[in-house]
Structure formats: C-alpha cells, structure tokens
Design a binder for this molecule. Sequence first.
Ligand SMILES: C[S@@+](CC[C@H](N)C(=O)[O-])C[C@H]1O[C@@H](n2cnc3c(N)ncnc32)[C@H](O)[C@@H]1O
Length: 347
Amino acid sequence: MNLHTTHDDVRHYYGDVLQSTRDLRTGACCPAEAMPPMLRTLLEDVHPEVKDRFYGCGSPLPPALEGRTVLDLGCGTGRDVYLLSRLVGESGSVIGVDMTTEQLQVATRHQDWHAQRYGYAQSNVRFVEGYIERLAACGVADASVDVVVSNCVLNLSPEKEQVFAEIFRVLKPGGELYFSDVFADRRIPDALRTDPVLLGECLAGALYIEDFRRMLERLGCADARGVSQSPIPLLDPQIEARIGMVGFRSMTMRAFRLPLEDRCEDYGQIASYRGSIAGLPHAFVLDDHHRFETGKPVRVCGNTFDMLAQSRFAAHFDLHGDKRVHFGLFDCSTTPTAAVAAAGACC
Ligand SMILES: C[S@@+](CC[C@H](N)C(=O)[O-])C[C@H]1O[C@@H](n2cnc3c(N)ncnc32)[C@H](O)[C@@H]1O
C-alpha cells in the first residue's frame, strides 16, 4: 500500500467526507447503548459535538485506570480521550494522537469545557497532531505509557506492523494494549485494498485475524486475548456487492508488554479476584473465557497468571504459585471462540 496516498485518502475521508456519525455507510460504529452502564453515565458529560463525530467500533476503555497514563491512537474528536480523562482522574493523564486537523480542531475546542465539567484545576489531556506510525515524533517516549487504547484506527494504517512496534516501544513493561478494531475472516483482495471508500469505512484495511496473531508474535507478543466481538453488517448495498464475500467483526482485544509463552502452560498456579477494582465489585473479565468472580480461586495457565501478576491488576488479585514445577500443557476447561483461539494461545 502506498503510504502517502493511504494517509491522504484516510485524512480526506475523516476531514472532509464525513461530517458526523450518521454519514458512515456500515454498522461498524458501536451504539452508545452497547456500552457498559458505568461508561454510559460518563458519556452524558462528554460534549455533544465531540460525540456527534464519533467513528469508533467499540468501547476500548479498560478498568483500573486511576492515576495512569493512557495513549489513544487515532483519537478523532476525542470521545474516548474525554471518557479516559474521567477514568484516570485528575492525577492521571491522557494523550490523544491523530493526523487529521479537522478532527483535532473539534477535540481541542472542548478541552477546557471538559476540565471544568469534571472539576479539574487544569485539563489532564493533551492532543498531538501526528502519525501513529511515528510516535517518537509525537513526543511519546520509550516505556512511558501504562495503557494504549485505540478505537477503529489500526485497520487504517498502511504500516500496521510499524504501529504495533511503536505500541510495544512506548508501553511500560507490564503495560497493556486494549483496542477495538475491525477484523476480517480472510485477507482482503488486493484489488480492493486501496479503494478510498472501503478504506475509509474501515473495511479494506481490516486485519485478518491470523495475520494479526502472526504480526504480534513477530513483535514478541505471543498471546493476545479477545475480550468481546460482534459482527459488522454492511448496510450499503453497493459496499455489500463489492466486499460482501468477507466477514467483518468488531473485536476488542488486549495484549500486554510481557514475555509470554506461545502456548498456555500449566504450573499449578491460582488467581483469586479481590473485588477491589472501582465499579467491579462482583467480577473481573480478563477476556472472553476468563471471568474471575470475587473471592473464587481459579486455576490459571502461566500466561494468564503473568498478565495478572505483572500488570496493574496485581493489586487486585491474590496470586498463588510460581513456575518452578511444570505440569504440561494447560488443560482448557472452556472452549474459547474460534476467533479468540486464532488470536492467541488458548487456555
Ligand atoms: C474511524 S476514525 C476513529 C476516531 C476515534 N477513535 C473515534 O472513536 O471516534 C479513525 C481516526 O484515525 C485517524 N487516523 C487514521 N490513520 C491514522 C494514522 N496513520 N495516524 C494518525 N491518525 C490516524 C483518522 O484521522 C481518524 O480521526
């Protein structure tokens, strides 16, 4: 894919062609009703103009963010940045990076409005115009970010592997990538990959789930987890006629900057959730096959153990065991969905 043409086409689509969420031609954009109730309440305090130009396909807003530094790649008009501003609290900070001036103009116009609304002495968000493939040029240093989020953006990049390499560069050890994006059930035919409308609608550049897994593995991340997913309907008959042979899904994925194994191995380790994450007194969901009920000990594989023990979630779990004795491959007690099995190790 030609780098400059793709960036220009995408910028034109989000800067000039689309004026509001209603202009989108697929059902990728996630409706507010699909959000967790707690986030829906916070959405009421986001400025209407910001919400009106929301083009995301999920709610990549993980829990336990108080006091953290979060980076939103392709933040657009800043809906998620402002939700995150609230979630990290006044002691945390949020950086939003986007390459489209028109999008950032809307985002920055309402920066003071949000700070006042939240009762902050000053805004804890910073917007940077730049490319997600070049985060150093945006002033994001190595190992400086706790959580990277992104909502329906990575598919638009002509250099996806470079974006993921940058993500793992800027994440602190144990930091988390938590993102929602459009995934495809096969590779997109070459003839369609540069079509400006299919690209702008987040279809032509959609990641084939197996290639995503391979890419992350090359970058040292052998176990990305699927959190949730839903099919994307192609609402426009012309778009359906052109690319309807591909199955598209909006998926929320999480991956940690941790040296994990490429398979789930059994070391006899146990994790028990304390119920201490704000807003989650009863259970914590790590992924679509790990739901930890408060106080209930769960046998976990080595990778799951490390995701809990070496991340910001450690303070919220009682963790027992180490890796001194190996009991073989972890015996999966639940069957993960095909997409999740494809996206990483299975446990
Ligand atoms: C589908 S919109 C999503 C915007 C926002 N995340 C939201 O949920 O409303 C994609 C955004 O990513 C930005 N974008 C796409 N490719 C980019 C790149 N390579 N570097 C920086 N921003 C990019 C576009 O300018 C646009 O604002």
